[in-house]
Design a protein around this ligand. Sequence first.
Ligand code: CUA
Length: 275
Amino acid sequence: MRTWNRERGFSITPVLLSLVLVAMVVLTVIYFRDPAYHPPAPITEIGKLVDYQYDLTLYVTATVFILSQLGLAFAVFRFRDRGQRAHFTRGNNTMEVLWTSATIILFLGLGIMGRKAWADTRFTAPQTNAIQVEVTANQFVFNFRYPGPDGKFGRLDPKLISASTGNPVGVDPADPAGKDDIVVPTLTVPVDRQVELLIRSQDVIHNFFVRELRLQQDAVPGMQIPLHFTANTIGQYEIVCTQLCGLGHYRMRSFLNVVSEADYEKFLKDQAAAQ
Ligand code: CUA
């Protein structure tokens, strides 16, 4: 009859823990590879850069994740309690320096490589013929203002903000530049033309996010934040607020319509006639 070595632990615990770790790694890889969790195709050149950077970061971190978790599973199994004496170790300075440096290089390297994808939409000047649209967020809607035929936005006065009387952004009627301004609840832009958004908020911090543009920018009270993009595919895309801005946050959304140049001109004409 077999007798248990009193100093020897059960192997079932480390074996199960190792298997759980391996299963977790396999499930994570399966879920990340599932197309259902992938974003729709980008509609900007910058979007491709963002995707490239995202994939690169994901592959690098996935490699580290898989190796470290499988290493952990191996260590849990290999060094399970078999009645052997445990050794105390003070660690290894060389290894500490090595993996700390590797982590720093990895994080800084990925950050530096990704700077172009991020900065191109923000730190480069927009083209001189870029279409300007002002985006105003408030609880819980977006409003988009076009400068009209004169190309100039009229003065805004917070005291004149009145959504119920059709002046949700507070355009001052005394300013002639504002007479032809167009204010609408959805964003319409022509395809293959650069658009510069001027993002504002009337109350709390909101966010302007369009997945297909791969652009996400907070709208901050007291600031007008510029952001530019060129959409290359006609279609309708969802604009969502991604900052928890209040009870109505869940329904704060709008649409981006990317249309042909002719449809854009028609949109401007129709809206000018309607306002
Ligand atoms: Cu606005 Cu969430």
